[in-house]
Design a protein around this ligand. Structure first.
Ligand code: GDP
Ligand code: MG
Length: 162
């Protein structure tokens, strides 16, 4: 079976946009409004000649649990089924309490994690990315999922953990 990569993080950090990049085509649903990604959360991707599955989380962000519990529940479920995880943080916002809660889940899982500092659309965002060292998950990889900046380097890191 193909290795499984879970993409987790708060609503609106750019998970689905990143998954689109991994697929190389517009397939995951991306909209400005949080909570619109619904169907078909698992995709097949390929990088450097290696195939793997990508699980985009976040389809139930507006359910009755509320955002925090919902993010945690989905992340926990996806992490458990994954061989490796990309944890996406919005570098322009910085680490929030919800991000910290996901970090605790990731630690508990023991799964290998690649930290994606997303929305680094240009060089001026690099400092925002570096601030995410504070999460204690190792090197934050600066990415602009929207423009494709840094996604190749991120995928190189992903292959190391799958
Ligand atoms: P998700 O809820 O985590 O799946 O986030 P989405 O992928 O749906 O993206 C939420 C919003 O952030 C959309 O308006 C995206 O266009 C925007 N977005 C995603 N990645 C980037 C990025 O790298 N830079 C900027 N500026 N916006 C982004
Ligand atoms: Mg989404």
């Amino acid at each position: 079976p193909l290795p499984v990569l879970a993409v987790v993080g708060r609503p609106n950090v750019g998970k689905s946009t990143l998954v689109n990049r991994f697929l190389g085509r517009r397939e995951a649903v991306v909209e400005d409004r949080p909570g619109v990604t619904r169907d078909r959360v698992t995709y097949e991707a390929e990088w450097a000649g290696r195939r793997f599955k990508v699980v985009d989380t976040g389809g139930w962000e507006q359910d009755v649990l509320g955002i925090d519990a919902s993010v945690a529940a989905q992340a926990e479920f996806a992490i458990e089924a994954a061989d490796g995880v990309v944890f996406v943080v919005d570098a322009t916002v910085g680490a929030t309490d919800t991000d910290e809660a996901v970090v605790r889940l990731l630690r508990k899982s023991g799964k290998p994690v690649v930290l994606c500092a997303n929305k680094v659309d240009g060089p001026s965002g690099e400092a925002d990315a570096a601030a995410l060292w504070s999460l204690g998950l190792g090197e934050p990889h600066p990415v602009s999922a929207l423009h494709g900046r840094g996604t190749g380097d991120l995928l190189d890191e992903v292959l190391k953990v799958l």
